[in-house]
Design a protein around this ligand. Structure first.
Ligand code: SF4
Length: 524
């Protein structure tokens, strides 16, 4: 298919301008060219001609050329030295150019981060009203009223979920944010039965490991034991075993990992413990019985779609019928908090296909439903598929989104957390819905970054989140408007530092002592 070239100079503007372009022109295969681009790419682009180019000069003026027209952008209040403010002004100008050209707005305006609900969360936490939050979304990022409303609703739900941790002693005197005094655990299992077309996670086909993952499990157990002292024997607020597909491991491996978590972190039936059972081709009765024996409180059985033709195309080996069977088996075995993930915007799927998926969901009545919008990741097999087939097979519209929302509401589920990824089909978002009381605390603490996370396994990230106890800054915060509060950098009064484990399974196993030292050092 034809490439659409865009030229951006200097390179520091690349990510933001590109995100804007790709959101407005999702059906084009946009290739960025920057001054440092290799000669052959530049030559090819110059031959084809640029769809769009922007060149920011040292004097702050920007030369923009778009399709057949060109103009000079003169910043009103910012200079290129104040990079953040200048970039925002430039993007706002480009937004209006692209909006005039396409005739539509972007649901999330100029927001392109992973955590778009954070401003509303900060506003709600600081006791500010909905109107101040809405105004911030509209004026700073040109977010639509619908998404500003949604952000507020989610922020209120998140605070409600977090209130479940208020029994904890807070780290700061006089601070009611008990959740900040706790921690959660993430256990990563980077294996899957096979790789899905759209996958961009750390996930390797288990069949490629001759030992069936035993060495990995051994290392994981060693890592957990070696980090047992970090929180001085206190139990976490939540544990999440994800991946990959944890149930790609066999029943005995799962048993050993969960037993270790119980011994090391004192998890028990009263602690939220999620295991992603993900794909039905990995779920067996003996594995579910192991999870049940350990009192796992929440599992996820993810169809993504109930249309067999799509499942075949995206390389999910389990059939729609097998997913239904696995779900029913889990119910029979007594799991009373089951999540299902679906994806909107899958290739070839339109309103009819999503309607069918929603009908099956409504019959099964999961306790929570996570509605994703497909992320068109160039680093996945999907990138190659798009190279060959183009973008025309992807449809994600307001109507499709409304169908999923209606489906969740019809079985009593309410939205409680939300996040975005890069290059999401239709510029939408991923939303977690749950029955009241069945929300996943881990999802909330991870998304709002309000609690430390101990990550174990290949590709996992540990985060140390420390609440500041500076009462002077509390006082100063009271005098700030929401924008100033957010820009002050300590709106949540949390200092966050992190360390990462190696993604490659071999590196993870061979260099485990180094990773253990790193984690213990981080939390010292
Ligand atoms: S099940 Fe999830 S993690 Fe595994 S290959 Fe598919 S998308 Fe990736």
């Amino acid at each position: 298919m034809n490439n659409t070239y865009v030229y951006i100079e200097p390179e520091k503007f690349l990510m933001d301008v590109l995100a804007l372009l790709r959101s407005f022109y999702a059906k084009l295969d946009i290739k960025p060219v920057v001054p440092e681009s290799r000669g052959d790419v530049k030559v090819e682009a110059e031959k084809a001609g640029y769809f769009f180019s922007v060149k920011v000069l040292d004097n702050g003026r920007a030369l923009v050329s778009f399709k057949e027209s060109s103009f000079e952008f003169v910043p009103v209040t910012s200079s290129p030295e104040d990079f953040t403010a200048y970039k925002k002004e430039l993007c706002r100008k480009l937004y209006s150019v692209f909006k005039d050209d396409t005739g539509h707005d972007l649901p999330w305006g100029m927001m392109n981060g992973v955590r778009p609900t954070k401003p509303a969360f900060i506003a709600a936490l600081a006791g500010r009203g909905k109107s101040e939050s809405d105004e911030y979304y509209r004026s700073e990022y040109l977010v639509t009223d619908e998404k500003a409303d949604m952000s507020w609703e989610i922020a209120r739900s998140e605070l409600n979920v977090l209130s479940g941790c208020e029994h904890r002693e807070s780290v700061c005197a006089g601070d009611r944010r008990g959740y900040a005094g706790g921690y959660s655990v993430y256990i990563g299992i980077p294996f899957c039965p096979s790789r899905c077309l759209y996958c961009s996670f750390t996930a390797y086909p288990l069949a490629a490991f001759k030992d069936g993952g035993d060495e990995y499990v051994k290392s994981l157990i060693e890592e957990m034991k070696a980090c047992s002292g970090i929180f001085h024997g206190t139990a976490p607020d939540s544990v999440y075993m994800g991946g990959g597909t944890p149930t790609a491991l066999n029943a005995s491996q799962l048993d050993r990992i969960i037993s270790t978590a119980e011994d090391v972190f004192f998890t028990g039936p009263s602690i939220e413990f999620t295991v992603e059972a993900g794909r039905a081709d990995s779920i067996t009765e003996d594995k579910l019985k192991v999870l049940k024996k350990h009192g796992i409180s929440r599992i996820s059985v993810n169809p993504q779609t109930f249309n067999q033709k799509t499942l075949d195309l995206i390389g999910r080996k389990a059939t729609a019928a097998e997913t239904i069977e696995s779900f029913k088996l889990a119910r029979e075995l007594g799991f009373d908090n089951i999540n299902m993930d679906i994806i909107l915007g899958l290739p070839g799927e339109g309103i009819d296909e999503v309607k069918h998926t929603c009908e099956v969901i409504e019959e099964l009545k999961p306790d929570s439903l996570t509605v994703h919008s497909l992320a068109l990741k160039r680093a996945s097999f999907l990138g190659e598929w798009i190279e060959k087939n183009g973008h025309s097979a992807f449809t994600n519209t307001d109507e499709i989104q409304a169908l999923a929302r209606k489906c969740a509401a019809s079985i009593g589920l309410e939205p409680y957390y939300l996040y975005r990824q890069k290059d999401m089909c239709g510029g939408f978002e991923n939303i977690g819905y749950a029955l009241p009381g069945k929300e996943c605390l881990y999802n909330v603490v991870m998304m709002e970054e309000v609690q430390s996370i101990l990550g174990f396994g290949a590709g996992t990230i540990s985060k140390k989140v420390v609440p500041a106890s500076d009462t002077d800054s509390d006082k100063a915060a009271g005098d700030m408007n929401l924008g100033e509060l957010i820009r002050s950098g300590d709106a949540l009064h949390m200092d966050i530092s992190r360390c990462e484990n190696f993604k490659e399974v071999g590196d993870y196993i061979n260099r485990l002592p180094e990773l253990i030292d790193r984690k213990n050092e981080l939390f010292k």
